[in-house]
Ligand binder design. Structure first.
Ligand SMILES: NC(=O)c1ccc[n+]([C@@H]2O[C@H](COP(=O)([O-])OP(=O)(O)OC[C@H]3O[C@@H](n4cnc5c(N)ncnc54)[C@H](O)[C@@H]3O)[C@@H](O)[C@H]2O)c1
Length: 270
């Protein structure tokens, strides 16, 4: 069901790679809720072609941008304003990648060049996005910026490698930039800490399937799906959350506040 929550709003949605992507679901929901927006992803992800299908469904233009390049990001914000006919109201950062995780490097054997890339792509890109928007004054008063994160920023999950450090940085950037953007234009900045979700980035984490099952049994409501995450993000882009800023918001069916569940205790009986 749609409520017209984003009627008249313009946005930028990054990170839709294929139909499993959280950003893909956010784009479909934002369209349903009445927004117009541009889609963006790294030029290399464009070649896979799926994003074009999403663009057609959403009647959205695709503007390629490597989120580590300030030049690309400047082009993204300038072109988006041209295409959409004015400043934007919401931005989704849904970007993450760790070469160390991809190549199976454990946290005690990191390649430091790849570590820098993990932080650049998964965290510093968020700062670059906001700094670019801030300098161009590309976001409307009372706009909303959301980035996706994971609980490994606060608690250790042994398999999450250097992405845990990147996510901790990402969440800190949300607080720090949230202060400045709040002062500047009443623009809010939050991170959404999502349950494990079967996507390309999620599935790339070693032992994902087992961990997904673990979280499903731990959270009183089970894991939150990508569709439910998209619904939550709609509320954060809407006018009903204008005073929520600099927060890390858990969207995880209660996982983060549960010590142990009955299901897991039952399993340990064996
Ligand atoms: N899947 C999960 O379990 C889970 C849980 C919590 C948070 N998240 C976060 O959600 C976000 C989206 O991930 P997803 O699970 O939808 O997976 P996904 O693989 O579909 O999305 C990741 C996106 O990052 C993009 N990307 C990578 N490098 C880039 C670059 N240099 N410039 C621009 N874009 C780049 C990829 O092309 C891809 O579209 C990530 O930040 C991820 O860490 C995922």
């Amino acid at each position: 069901m749609a409520y017209g929550l984003l009627k008249g709003k313009r946005g930028i949605i990054s990170g839709a790679l294929d139909e499993k992507s959280i950003a893909w679901k956010v784009a479909l929901k934002a369209k349903e809720e009445g927004a117009i927006f541009t889609l963006t992803n790294a030029p290399i992800a464009m070649r896979m072609g799926a994003i074009k299908e999403l663009a057609e469904k959403c009647e959205a233009e695709i503007i390629p941008a490597d989120a580590t390049s300030t030049e690309d990001l400047e082009n993204l914000f300038v072109k988006s304003q041209e295409v959409l006919g004015g400043k934007v109201d919401f931005v989704l950062h849904s970007i993450g990648m760790s070469p160390n995780i991809r190549k199976g490097k454990s946290y005690t054997d990191l390649n430091y060049d790849w570590y820098k890339q993990s932080v650049d792509i998964s965290a510093m890109s968020f700062h670059k996005m906001m700094q670019t928007a801030y300098k161009l004054d590309a976001i409307n008063e009372w706009g909303s910026i959301v980035a996706l994160t994971y609980m490994a920023a606060q608690r250790t999950f042994s398999f999450y490698g250097d992405m845990a450090d990147a996510k901790a940085t990402l969440e800190s950037i949300a607080r720090s930039f949230g202060y400045h953007y709040g002062k500047f234009r009443n623009v809010r900045v939050n991170t959404v800490s999502q349950s494990p979700t079967p996507t390309t980035a999620g599935g790339g984490i070693g032992g994902f399937d087992r961990f997904y099952e673990f979280a499903e049994k731990m959270a009183p409501m089970g894991n939150a799906t990508a569709d439910q995450c998209a619904e939550y993000v709609m509320t954060l882009f809407s006018d009903y959350t204008r005073m929520v800023t600099m927060q890390n918001l858990f969207h995880d069916g209660g996982f983060s506040m549960t010590g142990v569940s009955e299901e897991l205790m039952e399993m340990l009986k064996m």
